[in-house]
Design a protein around this ligand. Structure first.
Ligand code: H79
Length: 479
C-alpha cells in the first residue's frame, strides 16, 4: 500500500514537472512575439489584380472575397490569373518598409480562400509559379529578404475554405441568424449571396480529399521549404472536423518554435493567440491569453482600387499604443496592388509611424499592460527592469495646464523624461482626498505632433492600487 502511494506520488511529481517544463517551453517560444508588439499583415494574391471590380461592377466586401461575392466561375477566375504579372514585386522593398515602420514580423497570405498559392506547390498547379506569367515563388524571395533583414516571417493559410481546389469548403451563412423581422426579399437576396458553392467544379471532390491532397501537403511544403517559419495563421474553420484539424495541427511539429492562432477549428484547438479582427478589446476583455488585433488601413484586406477610406497615420499609431497598453500585438495590413506595389497611403502611413517609432519605440517593444486605470489623456505601457518599474505615458491629448496627473501610485520617482529629445521633466507626489497622486510637469508645447511619450522610472516594483477587473476577450474566431 505504502509502495503504491509512493509510486502515485512519484508519478504526480513527474507529471507536474513535465507540465512546468511545457509552460516554460511555451513562454520561451512566445518570448519574441510578446516583445514584438507590431507586425505587418500582407494580403496579396491573384485577387489583387481585380482591384474590387468584376465586369465593370464594384463588388462589396473585402477585395480578397471578389471571387465569392462576384460568383465568378472557377474557369474564368483561373483564366484571369494568366494576366497576373506583378513585375514590380520586390521582396526587399516590402521587408524594408515593414522594418522601417518598426514592425518585427510579417504574416503573408500563402493561400487565401480563393485557393491561389503564392508559392510553388507540387500538389496544385493553382499557384503563382505554374498559373501566372510571373512565375516566381514570392514566398521564397520574401523568406530570403526577411532573413537578411532579421524580420520574422509567418504564413497565413486558409485551411478550410478553398473556392478553386475541388472539395474546399465555402462559407455559408443563414439569413435568419440574428435578424429581427427580416423581410423575405432580403432573406432571399442574402441566402443567394451566401449559399456556399456556386460552381460544380468546387464540389467535384469531398472535403476530406481536399484536406488530404491539398491542405495537408501544402502546409507541409510551407513548413519545409522556407526556413524558419515564425507563425502559422489559420483562418475561417468552415466545416472543419476534429480529424481534419488534427492532421493539420500535427504538421506544426516540423517547426517546433512555431506560434499559431485560434482559428484552426474552434475552442478545442485554441493555438497560442487570440485574434480579434478589426477591433481592439476593452480592458475588461483581457483574460491573460496572448492576443493580436489584425486590422486594415482602409476597409479591405486585398487591394481595392476605389477604397479610399484610409485611417490617418495618427489613428494607426494610437491603435498600436492602445493595443500595447493592454498587452497585445498589432498586425496591420497592407494590400499590395496587381503590380506588386503597396498603395501610396500605406507607404506614407508606414513611414510616419516609423519616424515616431525611431524616437519612441522603447514605449512599445517588450512592454506589458500597465495595469493602471484608464487615463483621460493617453495610454500607459510598462516594463519591470530588475526590481524597478518603468512606465511610459503616451500622451494623446497634451494638457493646456502644463501638468498631467496619475492616480494610485505610491512608489517614489527615480527619474522622468520626455523620450523625444530626452528632456527631463519635474514630478511631484501629493495626496488628494487620501488618494495618491503623481503630477508630471510638462512643457506648454508637445514635442511630438501625434503622440509624445513621458518615461517615468520608479523605485521598486509598482503595484497599482486599482487594476482592471479580469474578463474575457471576445474571441476573434469567425464562422
Ligand atoms: O483575410 C481576411 C478576411 O478575408 C478573412 N479574415 C481576414 C484576416 C475573413 N474571412 N471571413 N471573414 C473574414 C469573415 C467573413 C465575413 C463575411 Fe463577407 C461576411 C463573408 C461574407 C460576408 C466580408 C464581407 C467578406 C465578404 C463580405
Amino acid at each position: 500500500m505504502r509502495k503504491l502511494s509512493f509510486i502515485c506520488i512519484m508519478i504526480l511529481l513527474m507529471m507536474q514537472s513535465l507540465f512546468a517544463q511545457e509552460v516554460l517551453v511555451g513562454n520561451e517560444r512566445m518570448k519574441w512575439w510578446r516583445e514584438a508588439r507590431f507586425g505587418m499583415f500582407i494580403h496579396w494574391g491573384c485577387y489583387s489584380q481585380w482591384g474590387g471590380t468584376y465586369n465593370g461592377n464594384k463588388i462589396g466586401g473585402g477585395g480578397e472575397w471578389i471571387m465569392n461575392r462576384g460568383k465568378i466561375p472557377v474557369a474564368e477566375y483561373m483564366d484571369a490569373a494568366k494576366k497576373f504579372n506583378p513585375v514590380n514585386f520586390n521582396a526587399n522593398a516590402w521587408v524594408k518598409m515593414a522594418k522601417d515602420a518598426g514592425m518585427k514580423y510579417i504574416i503573408i497570405t500563402a493561400k487565401h480562400h480563393d485557393g491561389f498559392a503564392l508559392f510553388k506547390s507540387k500538389v496544385s498547379t493553382w499557384n503563382i509559379v505554374d498559373a501566372t506569367p510571373f512565375g516566381r515563388d514570392v514566398l521564397k524571395e520574401l523568406a530570403v529578404a526577411c532573413k537578411n533583414n532579421d524580420i520574422k516571417l509567418g504564413f497565413y493559410y486558409s485551411q478550410a475554405q478553398d473556392w478553386v481546389n475541388p472539395g474546399g469548403a465555402v462559407k455559408r451563412k443563414l439569413a435568419k441568424e440574428g435578424w429581427a423581422n427580416p423581410d423575405s426579399a432580403r432573406i432571399d437576396a442574402y441566402t443567394k449571396e451566401h449559399n456556399g458553392h456556386w460552381d460544380s467544379l468546387q464540389t467535384s471532390k469531398s472535403m476530406a480529399d481536399y484536406i488530404d491532397s491539398v491542405a495537408v501537403p501544402q502546409v507541409k511544403e510551407l513548413l519545409s521549404n522556407y526556413g524558419d517559419i515564425a507563425v502559422l495563421w489559420w483562418d475561417t474553420p468552415t466545416d472543419m472536423t476534429k480529424i481534419f484539424a488534427e492532421k493539420l495541427h500535427n504538421i506544426l511539429m516540423l517547426q517546433p518554435q512555431i506560434i499559431t492562432n485560434d482559428r484552426l477549428k474552434g475552442p478545442d484547438f485554441p493555438g497560442d493567440t487570440k485574434t480579434p479582427e478589426q477591433s481592439i478589446p476593452g480592458l475588461n476583455e483581457i483574460d491573460g491569453k496572448d492576443w493580436e488585433t489584425c486590422m486594415t488601413m482602409n476597409e479591405t484586406w486585398g487591394f481595392k482600387s476605389y477604397d479610399n477610406n484610409w485611417k490617418s497615420p495618427a489613428v494607426l499609431l494610437r491603435n498600436l499604443i492602445d493595443i500595447a497598453s493592454k498587452g497585445g500585438n498589432y498586425l496591420l495590413n497592407v494590400g499590395p496592388d496587381a503590380c506588386g506595389e503597396f498603395p501610396t497611403e500605406s507607404v506614407n502611413s508606414l513611414k510616419i509611424i516609423g519616424e515616431w517609432m525611431k524616437v519612441n519605440n522603447e514605449a512599445i517593444y517588450a512592454t506589458k499592460a500597465s495595469l493602471l486605470k484608464p487615463l483621460e489623456w493617453g495610454k500607459c505601457t510598462r516594463k519591470d527592469v530588475g526590481e524597478n518599474t518603468t512606465l511610459y505615458f503616451s500622451v494623446f491629448n497634451w494638457p493646456s495646464t502644463g501638468k498631467l496627473s496619475v492616480y494610485g501610485i505610491t512608489n517614489n520617482v527615480a527619474s522622468a523624461s520626455l523620450l523625444n529629445g530626452n528632456i527631463s521633466v519635474k514630478t511631484e507626489k501629493r495626496k488628494i482626498n487620501g488618494m495618491d497622486c503623481l503630477d508630471i510637469y510638462v512643457p506648454d508645447k508637445a514635442p511630438d505632433n501625434m503622440v509624445s511619450v513621458i518615461k517615468v522610472q520608479f523605485n521598486g516594483l509598482l503595484v497599482p492600487k486599482e487594476s482592471p477587473e479580469n474578463g474575457k476577450i471576445k474571441s476573434g474566431s469567425i464562422d
